[in-house]
Design a protein. Structure first.
Length: 364
């Protein structure tokens, strides 16, 4: 097996610092993982789609290295990111007499990472966990930064915690089995980083979008590295989202609204965020911040990435009702992430009338 470690990034959070490893064949070569979990019991949390692909091989690797392990397989999909399914993790861990010395492995996409991380943060008041993301979206975004959560009928990610992993292992080989729709979904978060923080990266994505779509290993590794670097630096400055970290929610206020309104799982998270970024860019342009030409560039790149750019034609009252539980509400006004230009974002309060005029004028 030809193992290639392309990049190693460290998230600097004092005693909670951890490495991100990015490469090929990292998962089953095993050196990185085995070194971390040696002499500890391991709980692998995955879903019914990923389990047939990787769990048996991973379990065999651990067993071969005298590491006791067992598997918890959850139902797939955003609709299962719930308290009911979370309880299954706790039930299995208690039945198998897991204690604080154990390590939980989150093997899967964003839903598995969020739920397994939340379970790790709660079980016996906290046990170690490792993120092993298998989707592009989770590799560039949700596996880094320590946000864990389950959904509620009234809002996405409303119940959760900030709880950092001890390690993130990104094996880009796992993207070979990723369906196209899931892959395109991950491109939304990559584009987001260029929009909010790095115009040069945005230009690089424009230049290399066809190679990204063709899943070039070299280009993917670079995109994942730069995305993780940008997110890591923001998390280091604001771990618990009291300020700058909120910029990572560009497109998410509208995106979460779409996900909740359509029913979890009807649109993938990246699809909703991609469309949400089109909405947020249009709002930024309406406010006189973002140039119209840059708004069009963002929309065109999102379209080229095979993501939706037309949002559901609901009554504006439905949008505002769905956004009423947004976590960025302060003094009863939602604070939106907008762009001054590509590569520079900020958070500002915006009244409903302005949102209506920018996005829902056809209904008036």
């Amino acid at each position: 097996m030809s193992v290639k470690l392309f990049h190693k990034i460290k998230v600097e959070l004092g005693s909670r610092s951890y490495p991100i490893f990015i490469g090929k064949d990292l998962l089953f070569e095993g050196e990185i993982l085995i070194k971390t979990v040696k002499n500890r019991k391991v709980v692998i949390v995955t879903n019914e789609v990923i389990a047939p692909l990787y769990s048996k091989k991973l379990s065999s690797l651990l067993t071969k290295n005298n590491i006791k392990n067992f598997l918890i397989v959850l139902p797939d999909g955003e609709k299962n990111k719930s308290f009911e399914v979370l309880m299954k993790i706790f039930d299995e861990m208690l039945v198998n007499k897991i204690n604080r010395d154990a390590v939980l492995l989150a093997l899967g996409g964003g839903v598995i990472g969020d739920m397994a991380g939340f379970a790790a943060s709660c079980f016996q008041r906290g046990i170690d966990f490792i993120q092993i993301p298998t989707t592009l979206l989770s590799q560039v975004d949700s596996s880094v930064g320590g946000k864990t959560a389950v959904n509620h009928a009234l809002g996405k990610n409303m119940i959760g915690s900030f709880y950092q992993p001890i390690e993130v292992i990104v094996d880009i080989n796992t993207l070979e089995t990723l369906p196209n729709r899931e892959f395109y979904s991950g491109l939304a978060e990559i584009i987001k980083y260029g929009c909010i923080s790095d115009k040069d990266f945005f230009l690089w994505i424009e230049k290399n979008i066809e190679k990204l779509l063709s899943r070039s290993s070299k280009i993917l590794a670079e995109a994942i590295k730069r995305s993780c670097e940008i997110k890591s630096k923001i998390v280091e400055l604001d771990e618990k989202e009291s300020g700058k970290r909120a910029l990572l929610n560009f497109g998410h206020t509208f995106g979460h609204c779409i996900e909740t309104g359509l029913g979890y799982g009807n649109w993938l998270h990246g699809e909703a965020v991609g469309c949400g970024m089109v909405m947020a860019s249009k709002l930024s342009s309406h406010l006189g911040l973002l140039k119209r030409a840059e708004e069009e560039r963002i929309k065109n790149l999102i379209r080229f990435a095979k993501l939706p750019i037309v949002w559901p034609k609901w009554d504006k009252k439905k949008y505002f009702q769905l956004m009423s539980n947004d976590k960025k509400i302060k003094n009863e006004v939602i604070h939106y992430i907008v762009l001054d230009c590509i590569g520079k974002a900020k958070q500002i309060p915006i009244e409903r009338e302005i949102i209506s005029d920018a996005l829902f004028r056809a209904e008036d």
